[in-house]
Design a protein around this ligand. Sequence first.
Ligand SMILES: [Zn+2]
Length: 315
Amino acid sequence: MTSSLKSLLSPAVWPGFFLAGMAASAFAFSSSHPLLVFVGFYLAGVLALGALEKLVPHQEDWLRSDGEAMNDIAHTLLTKGAVEALSAIATLTPLISASILQPILNFKPGLWPEHWPLFFQVVLALIIAEFGLYWAHRIAHERLFFWRFHALHHSVEKLWVVNTGRFHVMDSLFKVCLSQVPLYLMGAPLSVFLWVGAVTAYIGLLTHCNIRVKTGPLDYVFSTPNLHRWHHSREIWESNTNYGENLVLFDLIFSTYYNPAKAPPKDIGISGRVAKGFVGQILQPFSQRGVAEILGKQPIESNLPHEAISEQKTA
Ligand SMILES: [Zn+2]
């Protein structure tokens, strides 16, 4: 691909893919099998981004296999499978849990502004959900008990579309609880949950893709790949920033927004080590030895990530 075509493509990828995802979701939600059609489009989106990663990679080095692809897929499928059984986890969770839970519970406390146009209801829901997502993510970085689960997501040494769903089940469950319970309690309708699920699913794919993108002003509204690459830095003062899942609103409000005018780090990962296999990765956070491995040191309170960052900031 010529460099002029690449430079034309870079600013078009994020908005183009996001809007295409929203159009596909609208089509899916108006079809007779919304969940099935949505998943079909979502998988097509994964393939499309996978092709773009080959054509216009952000990091050529990240195209090489890290041997974790099957584990990444297994974590994605496990969380999805668990969601279908337990009604609550991971990338597609809002969509699935809304489809299954809401009609069963028929819970309507009447706090939700159902008379608003759907677009504004979805914007409101995204902001409310983001508050929970932001704090769940920030707590996962700043508290040892939660970091032991979230470290799995940060243990990758390259970002690409396939590790979008690489989350420990406990990590996903915690995030879903904090972000979705308020919406349930307010009585948000199924259509709002479906749209929050769609936005979260497509932004999640974009956030982790290894594609050269220029997002400019979008960096001040949405969680973009450029921002999220800083969040995966090995340096704790860089990685304990940009916690937003869909929106950066709460990073801006709580001063964790980080968007310096330089290229994000190529060297990403954690100082500790996660287990090699899928089952080992699931079980590792539940043993003292496993937690010590994850931290790369003995699990004593003074080694908490948030304390390290506090020291860095006050130094
Ligand atoms: Zn994180």
